[in-house]
Design a protein around this ligand. Structure first.
Ligand SMILES: [Zn+2]
Length: 68
């Protein structure tokens, strides 16, 4: 799996990723010009941070309690 923004490889076979990453699945619907399309992309943590840093309104952040 690779980061769509910087092209960095995130997971090679049977390896633990060296960084956090997120896979986004965007289902466009009416009234988008992309109505009916599903877009999927992956971002590494660095690229994610770069993008959200440009937000005028910061991301909604919640602490999560990890369930084991
Ligand atoms: Zn990246």
């Amino acid at each position: 799996m690779m980061c769509n923004k910087c092209g960095r490889e995130l997971i090679t076979k049977n390896e633990i990723p060296g960084t956090g990453f997120v896979t986004c699945n965007v289902e466009w619907g009416y009234p988008s010009a992309k109505d009916g399309e599903t877009h999927t992309f992956t971002l590494c943590e660095d690229c994610y941070d770069q993008i959200v840093r440009e937000f005028q309104i910061p991301v909604d952040r919640k602490e999560r309690i990890e369930l084991i």
